[in-house]
Design a protein around this ligand. Structure first.
Ligand SMILES: Nc1ncnc2c1ncn2[C@@H]1O[C@H](COP(=O)(O)OP(=O)(O)OP(=O)(O)O)[C@@H](O)[C@H]1O
Ligand SMILES: [Mg+2]
Length: 373
């Protein structure tokens, strides 16, 4: 069925969607495993800069109770009907001015690679990238949409100029699923990109500091390297916020919901009797941080770059005390993601910006896409 659909030239539609062009007012939509987040951005009437018009975070607590009620899982099983309903409910609340949406695909649904090639003509580069995709993507090329973005260059030991090109490929099945969910929710899906691209744009545009972005979600942690708004490396681990909650629940013998509350209230800073909380979470946080170290080493050894700092995003970045702990473990400066540097916002949002910035970073990166790319 899918193959037939693709044969009828829908494949080119899929490809186009990954590259699409923008209009002026957009809704960035990030469908995570535990929540859907949206940010509506418009051009500021005074400066023309992106301005947050409205945002929404719809958390689904059901994922805490049962695995199969997560909005989407790493095995490609986004629950289409439920997700469309959640999206529609969210739109109603948001009272959005636009139906135009840009959405992100989680890292774990894409295949990416940083490819280093000599200076090539656009035709030669296209050929090389197609060949590379054949090597790295575990699916036939007829079943994936591929795209590539030049992200840097360097001169090697022999004085030869090399360019670095970031290759992204997404299964057509995933793209088609997103299209149908957005259609069912009454939205026009104008573009799709992997979430790392949105984060790189929101958090590093105009900043050449080589940055490890660590997005700690509920079900997975994405570990990326970005600079100047460009994504250069993308890895992922299944240890994330839920792992910490589970550790607290089983360690203290409390319900997962209670454990979630305690984690959010005390984080790593609990004193006295609560000290046990951080002791329970630490081994899992250490697994996440060892994956971060691994990604750093792989990147530095293979791709001619040196990581200068770490930026934490996703809901997990709000864990109290995480920056200090991560900084001492990683021996690098660690800061919480602040997407507000690029975006104007209504004064009423000011008091909560620090808290919502890290979880909303992907949605904001999507919403500012038409202002920047
Ligand atoms: N204040 C807080 N302290 C600690 N953890 C927090 C806090 N706020 C949210 N979290 C955790 O962040 C996680 C949710 O993060 P986020 O909203 O980025 O996930 P998601 O995007 O839905 O998931 P994923 O990216 O894995 O698909 C949950 O595990 C939640 O417990
Ligand atoms: Mg997420």
């Amino acid at each position: 069925m899918l193959k037939e659909f693709l044969k009828q030239k829908k494949f080119s539609v899929v490809k186009k969607l990954l590259r699409s062009v923008g209009e002026s007012n957009f809704l960035g939509v990030d469908i995570g495993t535990a929540s859907i987040k949206a940010a509506e951005l418009e051009a500021s009437p005074l400066t023309g800069a992106p301005r947050l018009n409205n945002y929404a975070i719809l958390e689904s607590y059901s994922h805490l109770d049962r695995l199969n009620t997560a909005i989407q899982t790493s095995s490609l099983k986004m629950l289409e009907k439920e997700t469309a309903e959640l999206l529609r409910a969210m739109l109603k609340k948001l009272g959005s001015k636009t139906k135009n949406a840009v959405a992100s695909i989680p890292s774990f649904l894409a295949f990416t690679s940083l490819v280093e090639v000599p200076a090539l003509s656009p035709q030669e580069l296209a050929q090389t990238m197609r060949y590379q995709a054949q090597v790295i993507v575990p699916l036939p090329l007829s079943e994936v949409a591929i795209d590539w973005i030049p992200v840097g260059e360097y001169t090697d030991e022999k004085g030869v100029k090399k360019q670095q090109v970031f290759l992204v490929s997404v299964p057509n099945e995933v793209v088609l699923k997103y299209r149908s969910v957005f259609k069912a929710a009454g939205l026009n899906l104008k573009a799709l990109e992997i979430e790392g691209l949105s984060l790189a744009r929101a958090l590093t545009f105009g900043d050449p500091t080589s940055t490890l972005l660590v997005d700690i979600g509920a079900r997975s942690t994405a570990i990326m390297v970005a600079e100047n708004g460009l994504l250069k490396y993308n890895a992922q681990t299944d240890f994330a916020g839920s792992s910490l909650t589970q550790a607290v629940a089983s360690g203290l013998g409390v319900s997962v919901r209670r454990a979630e509350e305690l984690k959010k209230q005390k984080g790593l800073l609990g004193q006295g009797g609560e000290y046990g909380l951080s002791t329970l979470m630490m081994p899992f946080l250490d697994v996440i941080l060892s994956e971060v170290k691994r990604a750093k080493n792989i990147y530095e050894e293979n791709y001619h770059g040196k990581i200068e700092r770490v930026m934490l995003s996703g809901g997990g970045a709000n864990l109290l005390g995480i920056e200090k702990y991560a900084s001492s473990e990683l021996q690098l400066p660690v800061v919480k993601a602040d997407p507000w540097k690029k975006v104007e916002f209504p004064a009423a949002a000011a008091p909560i910006l620090a808290e919502i910035g890290a979880p909303l970073a992907v949605a904001i990166g999507l919403g500012i896409r038409q202002f920047i790319s």
